[in-house]
Ligand binder design. Structure first.
Ligand code: AMP
Length: 191
């Protein structure tokens, strides 16, 4: 079983690349952002709670996010592996994921980051916001706050995984096909 975490700032292309990777490597793709948005659309209690944080570009509290992620993993007992997209985003989430997987006799195989310059990503997100309908993509201040959250809370995770020899990075700038090729080269060595 392989379990891979895709890292990258908002707009780096995680969701786009995950669509290709999940097919090629037969992984269940779990995007916490997508799951929260699904809950918002369906007006669930979880969605209502998450929306208050997401609309500002803040992270949803760890406990809520961890519980949700665990129940999504448990819904897929036959998975050959998972592709985590947008999770973990804090050290507490990474530690919770490690102990949760360990209890199942599994672990994180590797983490792969899509790297890109902030200014390029802000421009990408503002462009995406014109069609995505996402309030957090439409306002530069909210976007910058998401990067601030990333730098403060998520960036330290790279060292967490580097210390375990589980961190890889690829250049996220290029065509979708070019970035996909770079990711495939890493994934091919992991599976
Ligand atoms: P994303 O689609 O990954 O950019 O996530 C959109 C928003 O959902 C983020 O700005 C957070 O508000 C929330 N979110 C997604 N994943 C997480 C997570 N692992 N921890 C906390 N909040 C999250």
């Amino acid at each position: 079983m392989i379990n891979i975490v895709l890292f990258g700032k908002p707009g780096a292309g995680k969701g786009t690349q995950a669509e290709f990777l999940k097919e090629k490597y037969n992984l269940v793709h779990l995007s916490t952002g997508d799951i929260f948005r699904f809950n918002i659309k369906n007006d669930t209690e979880l969605g209502k709670l998450a929306k208050t944080f997401m609309d500002k570009g803040d992270l949803v509290p760890d406990e809520v996010t961890i519980n949700m992620l665990q129940s999504e993993v448990d819904k897929n007992p036959d998975a050959a592996g998972f592709l985590f997209d947008g999770f973990p985003r804090t050290i507490a989430q990474a530690e919770a994921l490690d102990s949760f997987l360990e209890n199942k006799g599994q672990n994180i195989t590797a983490t792969v980051a899509l790297e890109a310059d902030d200014n390029i990503l802000v421009a990408r997100l503002l462009e995406r916001g014109k069609t995505s309908g996402r309030p957090d993509d439409q306002d530069e201040e909210k976007i910058r706050n998401r990067y601030e959250e990333y730098n403060q809370k998520t960036a330290p995770l790279m060292n967490y995984y580097k210390n375990q020899g589980k961190f890889f990075a690829v250049d996220g700038i290029g065509t979708i096909a070019e970035v996909n090729e770079r990711l495939n080269m890493i994934f091919d060595k992991l599976v």
